[in-house]
Ligand binder design. Structure first.
Ligand SMILES: *Cc1c(COP(=O)(O)O)cnc(C)c1O
Length: 496
């Protein structure tokens, strides 16, 4: 008992420890309270050890050991929560891992505009207030072929703004097969009701015909309604009936939503954008297209069959909206393009302020759209496109580099390190059917379970997120950046 009292008396004092040379580095950089807490917590651990153990804890007699423990605790506590990770899952637009990566130039432009004052809302020529929309509008229009453009916080915000500005109080006709939910809290019907527009679902889950839209249209002047040209009476049951009775909202817009995160297979039918355009012209209704993806350049050669933004503009949508960080490959944003009268109305709407885009995002978007002026170069400069379009040979070469790093450092004594072909995904709810042919380095060992290794990789200083399959670790090379291969190898060595 007495030796325990003796030990408790010789416990370190918080104030003394805080004076130690070893902590100067941290004291200069980190909050004092964080360091003091760490010292206190380590002393408490030591106190508990003294009370419960018969043997004297080493850290009581070895001050350097104690300080090392304090420093480890300080490091752990000052580690940011939002941290870079190595994505070895092969899913390019991994929503949980931050969707699209920003290119270096875009990132630098954003950083420069964040650290210094900028022309965010300043017109240099006129020497007075300008508009934040001006920095990207001309470029977006040039690249997409649209008349006008603006950018907001994300595509969910864009949908809300578009519907509020164009359809509040009126009905918006959408095919039942296109009422998408993206990642839980974004649902077309919910956003619609939030915006004040009334959803008018037409058609069925698998088939929607042009006459379904025609039948749902309610016009302000009933006598102006005419049968839709080109549709036989047989195919348009009661399509010329008078519109809904008094008190019903009129149709404000026709909307098409790209089913970006699912596909309906089998006997299906939907109405294309150009047919909706014709219908819109006939009934003087705007056509809105929520594309989600924002693919600017055709990727059919890489077996990614997604509609492109320029095609949607050509097909005649009045308004097209899409995400900044899906197949566009930029920062989180919502891009709205289309007819100038509508875009101007949105810029003036009070929600525009609510969903206003930040200057760093705007800077990144400016660089991104600048790069898109040359589609071939964009495939090299936009990381998401680069990862989606790279050759199988280049993925194999990356796998060989990783395998070599691992074998040279002796890992192959304990692990089977193999290169295999694998399937990668676009991700971000985009192109759900598309499987990309890639290469992975697989690891398995007799000494450590796959489960334990997966967890240790995740707990690495730079966490490594992998794909577990067939009781093996699969490191998909598509999403591992060239400058990450050595870090990845180091992380694996430390975890194994
Ligand atoms: C992804 C997506 C959205 C939501 O976009 P965010 O940028 O995530 O807000 C909306 N509509 C469609 C069709 C989408 O694919």
């Amino acid at each position: 008992m007495d030796h325990k009292k003796e030990r408790l008396r010789s416990l370190y004092k918080v104030d003394e420890v805080l004076q130690d040379e070893c902590l100067v580095f941290f004291k200069n950089r980190l909050p004092h309270s964080l360091i003091a807490d760490c010292v206190r917590e380590e002393i408490e651990l030591l106190r508990a050890a003294i009370l419960h153990d018969e043997n004297c804890p080493d850290a009581l007699t070895d001050k350097q050991l104690f300080l090392d423990q304090v420093i480890r605790r300080i490091r752990a506590k000052s580690m940011p929560s939002l941290r870079p990770v190595i994505n070895a899952t092969g899913t390019v637009l991994h929503t949980n891992l931050g969707r699209a990566l920003l290119g270096k130039d875009a990132m630098e432009h954003a950083a420069r505009c964040a650290c210094s004052y900028s022309t965010l809302e300043y017109d240099l020529k006129a020497g007075r207030r300008g508009s934040r929309h001006d920095h990207v509008e001309r470029l977006i229009c040039k690249v997409t072929g649209a008349e006008a453009a603006m950018a907001v916080n994300n595509n969910a915000a864009a949908t809300m703004l578009v519907l509020s500005a164009m359809a509040a109080g009126g009905e918006v006709i959408v095919s039942r097969g296109e009422l998408v939910e993206i990642g839980g809290s974004f649902r077309i019907p919910d956003i619609m009701s939030l915006s004040g527009a009334v959803l008018r679902e037409v058609g069925t889950t698998n088939k929607t015909h042009l006459y379904d839209y025609v039948n749902a249209i309610r016009q302000k002047a009933p006598q102006a309604q005419v049968c839709f040209a080109g549709y036989s009476a047989a195919k348009t049951p009661s399509s010329c009936e008078a519109p809904g009775g008094q008190g019903f909202p009129y149709t404000a817009a026709l909307m098409k939503v790209h089913t970006s995160n699912y596909r309906i297979h089998g006997f299906t039918e939907d109405v294309g954008l150009s047919d909706l355009r014709k219908l819109g012209d006939q009934y003087h209704l705007p056509v809105i297209y929520d594309m989600g993806n924002g693919l600017l350049t055709d990727l059919k050669d890489c077996k990614i069959f997604e509609p492109t933004v320029p095609d949607a503009v050509k097909a005649g949508a009045d308004i097209v909206l899409f995400s900044g960080d899906k197949l566009l490959g930029g920062p989180q944003a919502g891009i709205i393009i289309g007819k100038k009268t509508y875009i101007d109305r949105m810029k003036r709407h009070s929600l525009a302020r609510v969903v206003r885009i930040d200057k760093m995002t705007l800077a990144a978007l400016e660089t991104l759209f600048f790069d898109y002026q040359d589609m071939e170069k964009a495939r090299e400069r936009v990381p998401a496109l680069q990862m989606l379009t790279c050759s199988k040979e280049s993925l194999y070469a990356k796998a060989v580099r990783l395998q070599t790093c691992l074998t040279q450092s002796g890992l192959s004594d304990r692990f089977h390190v193999t290169i295999r072909s694998c399937q990668d995904f676009v991700g971000g709810g985009s192109a759900p059917d598309t499987l990309l042919e890639g290469y992975a380095v697989t690891l398995d060992s007799d000494t450590i379970s796959t489960e334990a290794l997966e967890r240790r990789l995740r707990e690495n200083d730079i966490p490594i997120i992998v794909h577990v399959c067939q009781d093996q670790i699969w490191l998909h090379m598509r999403t591992v950046q060239e400058d990450e291969i050595e870090l990845l190898a180091d992380g694996i060595l430390q975890s194994s």
